[in-house]
Design a protein around this ligand. Structure first.
Ligand SMILES: [Zn+2]
Length: 102
């Protein structure tokens, strides 16, 4: 029996997913997914793995939240002040694979 955190890691080693997709796949709340991701992000470093983040972006003005420290969904865009934000997606990759730096 795997823990929720292990199940999230198994999913993200195989698929690029957003938090909503993960929450649906595992039957947990989206907020809980982000909490686990925050932990996974650091805990996988010794395994030479990295949580790759395809960042949130604004559907109105294309602003990209690339310097965002937190993983959770932003409320609205700092540039155009709209709330139409496309979800970030996450994947666990091996450091050393093509284009992946620590
Ligand atoms: Zn915007």
């Amino acid at each position: 029996m795997q823990t929720i955190r292990q199940q999230i890691m198994s999913l993200l080693k195989n698929y690029e997913m957003n938090a909503r997709e993960i929450s649906k796949a595992l039957g947990i709340r989206e907020k809980t997914v982000y909490e686990h991701l925050e932990h996974i992000r650091y805990s996988i470093k010794p395994q030479k793995k990295k949580l790759m983040i395809h960042p949130f972006h604004c559907l109105v003005c294309d602003y990209i939240f690339k310097d965002r420290k937190r993983l959770s969904r932003p409320g609205r865009c700092p540039q155009c002040k709209q709330g139409h934000i496309e979800a970030a997606t996450f994947k666990i990759v091996n450091i050393g694979d093509i284009g992946v730096k620590a």
